[in-house]
Design a protein around this ligand. Structure first.
Ligand code: CMC
Length: 425
């Protein structure tokens, strides 16, 4: 029990409400406001700016210091020394795997990459021009209909099975979203390839010709997935937790996370970055867009700049900026007019007082959009790639929540509507 107390008195009225204060292993202390309801009070925090909705051991962010730790390990070290699947294991299990644990985990993933053939029929029902996120949301939700064998959410072994299935199948489904859009046959995953190689194979291969998987591009893809693997209680992860708190099926919970990720203020930003670069169209128009971004009467914002949590720099952006350079050099895309606009925009924004004062730095999505475009991934698929990377985070948080005692998530409100009135006679 907490010894420390916060004391609340309202309008100097008699009596003080005492609220326990808890310390995490690092980061801000939290005030436990749960007893306020007994005093007929709610807290008010739209956007959850100051609200901790759970406790968690998975990921820690210090936005001011630009720190992101998964299970204590800095993201920069993981990006340099680890790989996506090892980070998936770490997020789910709390520790890095030893060699044999890594082997078992990778094999488990490898042997769950195929999807049921019936899933192909779901895709056939979508128009060719359906947005890939619309398809992904639908088919991941539909997985709920296929895996009845291991669906006891109170059983940790079943939860881990769901985690393996969803992590393994997501790259396959992501590639299927693309193939459906371009009218090419779906490619089956290959068990002798790594997860990132397999993704490139399923995206760019055809039954007539397997793609040549460039190791630099495969490594960049793997690191891109890794950098997106988790980000503590962001909008989509909180959505997965909220859906999971009702006892829902894990695939339905992940589908709800995909829906939340879709918006341009969250995962849709990498797509919005490219759309913005196309709209700018020429280096000579950058200034015009900078002026618009600063204008309070114009809703336009520079996509790929700013972050709710990182108010200094985004450590993922530092890593991904280096990868972006490597990929552009490897593919000889450095002179592409779009990339020149991106480079110039980055430079101008980093030197502009408006952006400096507000601590608006390029975020991870600014660079991920540029890398994905260079690799040849269409813009509309960008958020699907983000979802593929974020899946281990979503499922790890869902698993963590169900491993502990939890209650259904049920926020309250400040009601401002009509008070009781009678229906007209
Ligand atoms: N362009 C121009 N001005 C901006 C921008 C931007 N991208 N972002 C914030 N501002 C201004 C904003 O107008 C406000 O100015 P003022 O103080 O004069 O009113 C100030 O900066 C603070 O902004 P805020 O809206 O209070 O910040 P927020 O924490 O609520 O929003 C954000 C964070 C990421 C939604 C926002 O910065 C944004 O819309 N960025 C563009 C979209 C984007 O790149 N999103 C991806 C986020 S990273 C991926 C992820 O984690 O999902």
């Amino acid at each position: 029990m907490s010894e420390r107390k916060a004391r609340l008195s309202i309008d100097g009225k008699e009596g003080t409400i005492e609220l326990p204060v808890y310390e995490g292993s690092t980061g801000p202390d939290v005030i436990d406001v749960r007893s306020l309801v007994n005093a007929g009070l709610f807290t008010y925090d739209p956007g959850f700016v100051s609200t901790a909705a759970c406790d968690s051991d998975i990921t820690y962010i210090d936005g001011d210091a630009g720190v992101l730790l998964h299970r204590g390990y800095p993201i920069e070290q993981l990006a340099e020394k680890s790989n996506f699947l090892e980070v998936c294991y770490l997020l789910l299990n709390g520790e890095l795997p030893n060699a044999s644990e890594a082997d078992v985990f990778e094999n488990e993933i490898r042997y769950h990459t195929m999807v049921d053939e019936q899933i192909h029929l779901f895709f056939k029902g979508f128009p060719r021009n359906a947005h890939p996120m619309a398809m992904l949301c639908g088919v991941v939700g539909a997985l709920s209909a296929f895996y009845h064998d291991k669906l006891d959410i109170d059983n940790p072994e079943h939860r881990m099975q769901a985690a393996i299935r969803v992590i393994a199948k997501m790259p396959t489904l992501a590639a299927m979203c693309y193939k459906h859009g371009v009218g090419q046959p779906f490619m089956y995953p290959q068990n002798d390839m790594s997860l990132a190689e397999n993704f490139i194979h399923m995206m760019f291969g055809t039954p007539c010709e397997p793609p040549k998987v460039n190791p630099i591009i495969a490594k960049a893809m793997d690191t891109l997935f890794l950098l997106h693997a988790d980000h503590e209680q962001n909008a989509s992860t909180s959505t997965v937790r909220l859906a999971g708190s009702t006892g829902s099926n894990p695939y339905a919970c992940i589908a709800s996370g995909i829906a939340a990720l879709w918006g341009p203020a969250h995962g849709g930003a990498n797509e919005a970055v490219l759309e913005m670069l196309y709209e700018i169209g020429d280096e000579s128009r950058i200034e015009e867009f900078i002026v618009r971004a600063k204008d309070k009467d114009d809703p336009f914002r520079l996509m790929g700049f700013g972050h709710r949590v990182y108010k200094n720099y985004d450590p993922r952006a530092t890593v991904i900026r280096g990868i972006c350079k490597q990929v552009l050099d490897e593919l000889g895309s450095d002179n592409d007019p779009l990339f020149r606009i991106a480079r110039k925009l980055e430079k101008i924004a980093l030197e502009d007082d408006y952006f400096i004062e507000r601590k608006l730095f390029p975020n991870v999505d600014f660079y991920s959009g540029i890398i994905l475009k260079a690799i040849g991934i269409p813009t509309s698929l960008f958020t699907v790639i983000f979802a593929t990377g974020r899946t281990p985070g979503w499922i790890a948080h869902w698993h963590e929540m169900l491993s502990e005692s939890y209650r259904i998530g049920r926020p309250r409100q400040l009601y401002k509507g009509h008070t009781k009135r009678d229906y007209p006679a």
